[in-house]
Design a protein around this ligand. Structure first.
Ligand SMILES: [Zn+2]
Length: 444
């Protein structure tokens, strides 16, 4: 793997053609606003007190709250986790007129500036109760996309007939939002100073679909990456010969080795986001995965991961057997930085089910886990690693962004994101084997 520079500021090259494709994906569907509002609410990013009065004007602080919640839903992380990942902190003294934690988070992430940027008033004021105009909203939306690595270079000009009224500081953001179908077009007019309603604010965020931007060619997928994905099951001291039980001491030795050798754990969700958005995958990235969602993932794995500042992806079953984590445990793990993915409802071998039953396992487990966790579930693991081309397509159609198998090897661009390889880690596997895996040598 080549040496890479970490960072979220990416230069993605846009051409007109993929942008029209992106626009078709976003704007080509004629759905009523209320359907879209319902869909936005079901994604989980609209706070309860903003789920009414859709014609009222949204305030600057309210839009920050929506943006922060949207980022949490989109990334599956808490806002504190997102800030920590980027080494950012809220500056409590940033503004004299607000200490709202979402406003300060949005400021730290570069989503908002002070009001001065647009109005020339005192720089330390944010004006939280002020209304938001369309051109300021466009700037914020583009900044939110930047947080996810979807920054764009040279979007095609939006050609609104009132383009002359659009301020210079917002022109590029307006072009970006228009090309990506995030802004409504109204008879060729943009209306830069019109105030944004609650409905519009919600829908603008709802229309950011970074995967579809990526698919439409807006983001160029990263092509140079190779990441070892480790598959654990139980981490528990167990006297039997059951190969799925890795001892607590062995597991901690693995983490210590990763820690001391500068490996960085990322979740499967982060890996797929990096790859599809064109972001560089960090050097020495490794993904720790835990299949079946055993209670020991909560009691033994989570505290050790926290001790080393690491995270991982737990693939849970949505029928919650007695030996597995309860919904409360999954929620707590997710709050504390773990990703929860789906491993079907019942752990059936999908290749042995009728196609409609397999689709049911794939989609219902996603919905059930999303209800429990209040975030989008984007990662999937095939029970027994058993899959075929049709199943990989079904997982993709269900809205997941990745799926892992049990085929041995590094996950890399040679594989579809729905057929990613992993290395199984079993009882007695020590640091020596881990080392061989990480170095991509055939495991001893
Ligand atoms: Zn399993």
């Amino acid at each position: 793997m080549k040496k890479r520079i970490l960072g979220f500021a990416l230069a993605l090259i846009f051409t007109t053609a993929p942008f029209s494709a992106a626009y078709a994906l976003f704007g080509g569907v004629n759905r009523s606003a209320s359907d879209d509002i319902t869909a936005a609410i079901s994604k989980g990013f609209v706070p309860a007190d903003l789920q009414s009065d859709y014609d009222s004007k949204i305030t600057r602080a309210e839009f920050c709250r929506l943006a922060v919640k949207w980022l949490e839903v989109a990334t599956g992380r808490t806002i504190n986790g997102i800030l920590a990942e980027k080494g950012l902190r809220r500056d409590n003294g940033a503004f004299t007129d607000t200490s709202d934690s979402d406003v300060l988070a949005a400021y730290a992430l570069g989503i908002i500036g002070s009001e001065a940027a647009s109005t020339g008033t005192a720089p330390e004021r944010f004006n939280p109760a002020g209304q938001l105009d369309r051109q300021s909203a466009a700037v914020m939306i583009r900044n939110i996309c930047k947080v996810l690595g979807l920054e764009t270079k040279n979007p095609p000009p939006s050609r609104f007939s009132d383009a002359g009224d659009i301020s210079e500081w917002s022109a590029a953001a307006v072009d970006f939002c228009a090309a990506a179908g995030i802004l409504e077009r109204r008879d060729g007019l943009f209306g830069p100073l019109e105030r944004v309603s609650r409905r519009e604010g919600i829908l603008m965020l709802h229309r950011i679909r970074h995967n579809e931007l990526a698919k439409a060619g807006a983001a160029k997928p990263t092509e140079d990456w190779s990441v070892p994905v480790l598959m654990y099951h139980c981490v528990e001291d167990n006297e039997t010969n059951n190969a799925f039980y890795v001892s607590v001491a062995d597991f901690e030795a693995h983490l210590r080795y990763l820690y001391e050798n500068d490996y960085r754990t990322i979740t499967m969700r982060e890996l797929t986001r990096m790859v599809t958005s064109g972001e560089e995958v960090p050097p020495r990235a490794v993904v720790l995965t835990f299949d079946d969602g055993y209670i020991n993932n909560y009691t033994n794995v989570l505290p050790l991961l926290e001790k080393y500042g690491m995270s991982g992806t737990v693939y849970a079953l949505s029928f919650y057997p007695g030996w597995a984590c309860t919904p409360e445990m999954l929620r707590d793990m997710n709050r504390r930085g773990m990703e929860i993915g789906s491993h079907t409802k019942s752990h059936a071998n999908l290749t042995k089910l009728a196609p409609e039953e397999a689709v049911d396992e794939i989609t219902r487990s996603k919905e059930a886990l999303e209800r429990v966790l209040g975030i989008e579930i984007t990662s999937f693991a095939y029970p027994y690693g058993a899959y075929n081309t049709e199943l990989a397509q079904a997982v993709k159609n269900a809205g997941y962004q990745s799926a892992v198998s049990m085929t041995v090897g590094h996950a890399s661009p040679g594989q579809s994101l729905f057929e990613l390889r992993r290395y199984g880690i079993y009882k007695g596997d020590g640091v020596e084997r881990l080392k061989r895996i990480l170095e991509n040598k055939p495991p001893a």
